[in-house]
Design a protein around this ligand. Structure first.
Ligand code: AP5
Length: 221
């Protein structure tokens, strides 16, 4: 299965994608994680992307698309994938269609995680991420067992550079400028499903899994 998770910053795309990937035994492809890894390793891509990311803007399409194309070319995507953070605009959506059609595959569903601004700001301002394995925590909602230490791998937790108030505001503006045309694009293709993401993470996951199961069961559609 090839699934896209769409939604505002902080809606829980990363949190849900990781769980869904585990449950469906599919790779989780997060363009944000790949870009952050490149920034950490100070690659040429990372150096080019860093400023855009720190300001809350989008990294230019050609850079992100090239990166995604090579990730989708790895053998683990043959069984399917969960895509998180791409596409961000119509141009990326069309490019994705053409990349996938060259490989004779298509997107099975696009799950839109809908979340309110108040929830988003609370989530992003308390988010903690593991430096080693990218596991996600939250200071209040999902605190680690040991302060600033990852429950999964013992790595150090940190706050993302773009989780500052000013940058969060910019990320939301960028998101809102692009989202309605992107949602229309997938609605017109008949592949869009919507989930309210304001509830508890486990409840949101259950709802996503039910929707995905429904895709394989015509009586549930
Ligand atoms: P990216 O990393 O994709 O950031 P984003 O889209 O802004 O989304 P986030 O990662 O902030 O949020 P999320 O929805 O994954 O929420 P999470 O699960 O972490 O991109 C970062 C930057 O890279 C972009 O700004 C851009 O510059 C660049 N970029 C990336 N892709 C690009 C592209 N395609 N084109 C151009 N540029 C691109 O959850 C947030 C917090 O809430 C966590 O602390 C979590 O524990 C908590 N939480 C989650 N769910 C729940 C819940 N249900 N209840 C309570 N707490 C919850």
């Amino acid at each position: 299965m090839n699934i896209i998770l769409l939604g505002p910053p902080g809606a829980g795309k990363g949190t849900q994608s990781k769980q869904l990937a585990k449950s469906l035994n599919l790779p989780h492809i997060s363009t944000g994680d790949i870009l952050r890894e490149n920034v950490k390793l100070d690659t040429e891509l990372g150096r080019k992307a860093k400023d855009y990311m720190n300001k809350g803007g989008l990294v230019p399409d050609e850079l992100v698309t090239k990166m995604l194309n090579s990730r989708l070319g790895l053998p683990d995507t043959k069984k399917g994938f969960i895509l998180d953070g791409y596409p961000r605009n119509i141009s990326q959506a069309k490019t994705l269609d053409s990349i996938l059609s060259q490989r004779n595959i298509k997107i099975d569903t696009v799950i839109y995680l809908d979340s309110s601004d108040g929830v988003i700001i609370q989530r992003l301002s308390g988010r903690l991420v593991c430096r080693s394995c990218n596991m996600l925590f939250h200071k209040i909602n999902m605190p680690p067992k040991k302060t600033m230490v990852c429950d999964a791998c013992g790595g150090q937790l940190y706050q993302r550079d773009d989780d500052k108030e000013e940058t969060i505001k910019n990320r939301l503006i960028v998101y809102k400028n692009e989202v309605s045309s992107l949602l229309d694009y997938y609605k017109n293709k008949g592949s869009l499903l919507k989930v309210s993401a304001d509830g508890q993470a486990n409840d949101v996951l259950k709802e996503i899994i039910e929707l995905v199961k429904g895709l394989n069961d015509p009586s549930k559609v």
